[in-house]
Design a protein around this ligand. Structure first.
Ligand code: GDD
Length: 324
């Protein structure tokens, strides 16, 4: 029997890569999409006979319940979210509503339906939940205190805890992951890697004279998105019900280093200046994880490097902008 997969927010960056991964595994994939979300990220799979797109507003519990009942998934990957940290400072209400109530509606829909079936459910949480971490608390393990620094991070803490509570209270097979930053082609232009790669491609083509940047002192633990979606698959295949797992590479990269990497890839200097509009009310200074628990449980190993992800982004932006 073919495995039926439901992915929420399939037009998003990570979800589109996950959909491709699941199709590659021979699954039937149903992806939910909000009305009006652009289809660009899924253009390579939209005509695939094993792929189906359904419209569903996550906070509208009826539409998500109907998507669940009609498609009877074996595996559910919940990725739909407002995921850009700065937007969460501007639109905290929207962010909390979309992320928390969206997760709640999905879990409720699954709880009602799974009286008769028991799908495995993955909830994509985030390393941002850790927030303020001191150097002696790094690399971060799953038992680290959660000290979120943005409305987005608070929303992800709530989704994370809802997942744990539903697993405990109703015996649902829910596995949560806290992935650290992950990058690659199709990453939204608002995120640092994609934004810098786009500017660098434009600079190399003579369209701009310098890169505009924000806080270059922050440190993040970057992985390639393809390794992360493989991790999400393994989380459901081998992860324990009710557990939470970090997924990351375990190496800290200063944001400034992204400019050096791009400079190497493009073979040229990349002048830059700080744009104060790009600074956040509070930024997470240092996020580097330890994912020994996940590796031990699932055997996950990253196959690609952060530099591979940056190279993919350069190729992506050259194509998107029609520049070489
Ligand atoms: N976006 C952006 N743009 N960030 C910049 C810039 C810039 O011009 N300049 C410096 N930065 C810094 C940010 O201040 C932050 O410290 C870091 O680059 C990374 O920013 P983002 O790429 O926006 O990602 P994030 O770390 O805030 O959040 C991402 O990772 C989380 C996992 O840890 C997002 O993908 C979240 O949705 C995800 O949960």
């Amino acid at each position: 029997m073919q495995t039926r997969v439901l992915i929420t927010g399939v037009t998003g960056f990570v979800a589109s890569h996950l959909a491709e991964y699941c199709l590659g595994k021979g699954c039937q994939v149903v992806g939910t999409r909000r009305r009006r979300s652009p289809l660009t990220n899924i253009k390579a799979i939209i005509d695939n006979k094993q792929f189906r797109l359904v419209e569903a507003e996550l906070e509208d519990s009826r539409s998500i319940y109907s998507a669940i009942r009609t498609n009877q998934p074996d595996l559910v990957f919940h990725l739909a979210a407002q995921s850009f940290v700065p937007t969460s400072f501007e639109l905290p209400h929207y962010t909390l509503q979309t992320n928390i109530l969206g997760t709640l509606a999905l879990l409720e829909g699954l709880r009602q339906w799974s009286d008769s079936s028991s799908p495995k459910i993955h909830i994509a949480c985030s390393s941002e939940e850790y927030g303020l971490v001191s150097s002696d608390e790094c690399p971060i393990v799953e038992t680290q205190a959660l000290r979120p620094l943005s409305p987005y991070a608070v929303s992800k803490v709530a989704c994370d805890l809802l997942g744990a509570q539903y697993a405990r209270a109703y015996g649902m097979h829910i596995v949560r992951t806290r992935a650290f930053n992950h990058e690659g082609a199709r990453r939204g232009v608002e995120f640092v890697t994609s934004n810098f790669a786009r500017q660098a491609v434009m600079l190399a083509a003579g369209k701009i004279s310098e890169l505009k940047v924000g806080n270059l002192e922050a440190v993040r633990d970057f992985s390639h998105v393809k390794d992360i979606v493989h991790g999400y698959w393994l989380a459901l295949e081998k992860g324990e019900t009710g557990e939470v797992y970090n997924i990351c590479g375990g190496k800290g990269v200063k944001i400034l280093e992204i400019i050096d990497i791009l400079s190497r890839i493009l073979g040229r200097e990349l002048p830059f200046s700080v744009d104060s509009q790009r600074l956040r009310p509070s930024d997470v200074p240092y996020l580097v994880g330890d994912c020994s628990k996940f590796r031990k449980q699932t055997g996950w190993e990253p196959k690609l490097t952060f530099e591979d992800a940056m190279r993919d982004l350069v190729i992506y932006w050259r194509e998107e902008l029609g520049l070489s």
